[in-house]
Design a protein around this ligand. Structure first.
Ligand SMILES: [Zn+2]
Length: 274
């Protein structure tokens, strides 16, 4: 079965990972901008990173037949440097006409601090002004419910933002309904240790259904597995979920959300090479 991984940080992965993902049926990915593992020192560091995301990674993915899309922002972990964050937000529009950019992300909260909220709101303002889709990172573990609540409240404050054009990522059992009931799309992250395992994600599908929900590996430089979406497909099959339902979660839903971006262009795998 073909699948799309809607959240994976391929700048941290090898070309072998791209090849394995392609062999398992991955046909497209989207890569949000994220924290590099260290704080970048200047806006030029981000400009170079955005060039990597919009130029080099797209080529590396295309070489194995994977379509690569991306999202731009400064991560919440770096939002304590408000001045640098504002310089990055002011620079993002330089890249918004690149063909593989889907919108602003992954923005959100990390420790739920006042500076993170300030920079989150300024990203929302940029997305509203430029009519871009939004991809949201929700905090880890004990901060998750409170952070998700705060994020939803800040989005609702901004009347120009339609929840139907926003994806709330890293949802778990205690936050998935909060996202869906408020009209958002949502993503489950399949991590080996924290966030969701494939089994927990399958439980969530059985619990909330298959509308506006998808799953990703969030593969990055830490313990993570870029083939986790394929594991999730196996888990759903083991439980006897229908092929149509599985396809909706791992392929049609990400496609449906991405299609809301004015730049999104996609060739289905069956039509390639014609
Ligand atoms: Zn991420």
């Amino acid at each position: 079965m073909y699948f799309i991984d809607p959240h994976v940080h391929m700048v941290s992965r090898t070309t072998d990972d791209y090849e394995i993902m392609a062999r398992m049926g991955c046909t497209a990915i989207s890569e949000p901008a994220f924290w590099a593992g260290y704080d970048r020192g200047s806006v030029e560091g981000f400009r170079d990173y955005f060039r990597q995301l919009t130029e080099f990674e797209a080529k590396r993915a295309a070489a194995v037949g994977i379509q690569h899309y991306t999202w731009l922002c400064i991560n919440a972990k770096e939002a304590e440097n408000v001045e640098l964050s504002r310089e990055v937000i002011a620079m993002i529009p330089e890249f918004l006409d690149k063909p593989n950019v889907l919108g602003i992300g992954e923005i959100g909260l990390n420790k739920n601090t006042p500076n993170e909220c300030t920079i989150f709101r300024e990203h929302l303002e940029l997305a509203a002004k430029t009519d871009e889709l939004i991809l949201i990172h929700t905090p880890h573990l004990s901060d998750k419910y409170k952070g998700t609540r705060m994020i939803i409240d800040m989005i609702k404050e901004n009347s120009k933002i339609d929840p139907g054009r926003v994806l709330i990522d890293h949802v778990e059992e205690h936050t998935v309904k909060l996202a869906l009931d408020n009209g958002f799309w949502c993503g489950m992250t399949l991590y080996p240790t924290t966030k969701c395992t494939p089994a927990r994600a399958a439980d969530i599908i059985e619990m909330v259904g298959d509308e506006r929900i998808m799953a990703n590996s969030a593969g990055d430089w830490g313990p993570s597995k870029p083939t986790a979406v394929a594991d999730f497909i196996m888990e759903m099959r083991k439980r006897g979920l229908s092929e149509a339902k599985i396809k909706k979660v791992v392929y049609e839903n990400p496609l449906g959300f991405f299609s809301l971006s004015k730049r999104f262009q996609f060739t289905p795998p069956e039509q390639r090479g014609e």
